[in-house]
Design a protein around this ligand. Structure first.
Ligand code: GAR
Length: 207
């Protein structure tokens, strides 16, 4: 059974999707053993506590630089014996120390179809604002492995939804979460825990 550590910063609806999937037996060979938050006030922490999952707060605001924060995050993940690390609405970019300790063992859910609307500055509602301003007719979500390049790691899964007339960033965010993120993130976690994601450079293959 693989230990899954989930990194959060906010509301934690993606964490909830993972918890629900685990309860329904949809995460084969994986168990959420720890939730780590960069924000002490994240509602995601309540969701973890309600489900008797261990919580750790590593408050980003307590650190002046990302290097020391990343070192402490790496040490926490190693102490928790994490086999898989999931960024579920985790809003801090960690440096190469963490990536090197967990190569192709960390995955992130991003609320757009990478390589569009991604990289530094594209997070949360900003992504959906940019999607609406651009006039694209399709958007969606991507689950990818985390590398040193922000939102640039090998893509594991993507799912698309339509952008509709009258959408606001909030309405579009909800559609992307419900129809894409909450579905593909648990699926990707389950595939990983079963050893079914093969990575060859930028390309992944489900076996
Ligand atoms: C989600 O839409 C997630 O994809 C996004 O923030 C939201 C967090 O919601 N993540 C990013 O933008 C990271 N670049 P949640 O806390 O309810 O899961």
């Amino acid at each position: 059974m693989m230990n899954i550590a989930v990194l959060v910063s906010g509301g934690g609806t993606n964490l909830q999707a993972l918890i629900d999937a685990e309860k329904n037996g949809e995460i084969k060979n994986g168990k959420i053993t720890c939730v780590i938050s960069s924000n002490p006030n994240a509602y995601a922490l309540e969701r973890a506590k309600q489900n008797n999952i261990k919580t750790v707060v590593l408050n980003r605001k307590d650190y002046d630089d990302v290097h020391k924060y990343s070192a402490d995050m790496r040490d926490t993940l190693l102490a928790e014996k994490a086999d898989l690390v999931i960024y579920a609405g985790f809003m801090t970019i960690l440096d190469e120390q963490v990536v090197k300790a967990f190569p192709n063992k960390m995955m992130n859910v991003h609320p757009a179809l990478i390589p569009s609307f991604c990289g530094k500055g594209f997070y949360g509602l900003h992504v959906h604002e940019a999607v609406l301003a651009s006039g694209v007719k399709l958007t969606g979500a991507t689950v990818h492995f985390v590398t040193e390049e922000c939102d640039g790691g090998p893509i594991i899964m993507q799912k698309a939804v339509e952008v509709k007339n009258g959408d606001t960033p909030e309405i579009l965010q909800r559609r992307v979460m419900e129809e894409c993120e909450w579905k593909i993130l648990p699926m990707a976690a389950s595939l990983f825990c079963q050893g079914r994601i093969k990575v060859n450079g930028k390309i992944t293959e489900i076996i």
